[in-house]
Design a protein around this ligand. Sequence first.
Ligand code: GDP
Length: 302
Amino acid sequence: MISCLIVWNKATNLFKNVRNIFEKNEEFVFCVKELEALLISQDVNIKTAQQLVKNLPKSKDPIVVLDHLKKELLSILVPCEKKFVLPDVPLAIVLVCGVNGGGKTTTLAKLSKYLTKDGKKIGLVAADTFRAAAIDQVEVWGKWLDVPVYSGQVNGDPASIIYQSVDWAKPLGLDVLLVDTAGRLQNKKNLMDELAKIKRVIQKQIPEAPHETILVLDGTTGANIIAQTKIFHDITPLTGIIMTKLDGTAKGGGLVSLASLFKLPIYFLGTGEKETDLDVFSSQVFVEKLFAETPFDRVEPV
Ligand code: GDP
């Protein structure tokens, strides 16, 4: 099995920084203030940072502080750990949404790879008809992964494409349709109408669909992910999150805020550009990596 290790805290080593804060400051109260500022610099939002330091034990021992922080982080993250399991239905529909450029299409391919390993027969649906490149990209992934793709015309109606894709999937004996949807946040009204219509139309075919509505978020966009999640969650209730690009300069704190504010399941983390670069989210592993003393770089698959 291919595996790789990643570093999320390449930019700054949280462990060393926490230690420095507690070694350099005489007064405990200053340590707490600096610690709060450090967490905010790691993309943790203010409210969550305050929550994390609130019950800090009055100790200047960095190990005690780190242990406390880890426990607090886990108490936020563990409730968001949920295995991605699709219901046992003849055809499961998974809508994948997110802002353009965030890694939506790549994640579609990664999910396809992941579910294929479970023996599921997957079809990809290119329903982001706003950009020709988005349709092409899904088709390229389909060829690469040897997975069938249903795509519409550029500027076609996404809802009718998805409706047709259900009829297309049945004779092929597919178990799951992974649907790439548009991600134009600039026009919230259009996006809202489009996603609402997709749901309405698809429910004519499969009343309980979509079975999952997953938001893909770019981990390098910092605090922005909170605003994006709020908009998408308001438009269409999300059932889970996948955060991408945690192999780069992302700091990881954004995910903590997200978990604290929305409490949505975090299914996977994207850790690279290949179809295998998808890690099942584990709060324990995530927290350990946030504080890893020696940041480690990507280890190529062995
Ligand atoms: P979309 O516009 O949301 O569909 O985004 P794409 O799937 O086209 O991805 C945009 C860019 O991000 C591409 O260059 C992808 O290879 C890259 N990408 C996607 N996911 C990851 C990831 O987890 N890590 C890294 N480093 N790059 C990623």
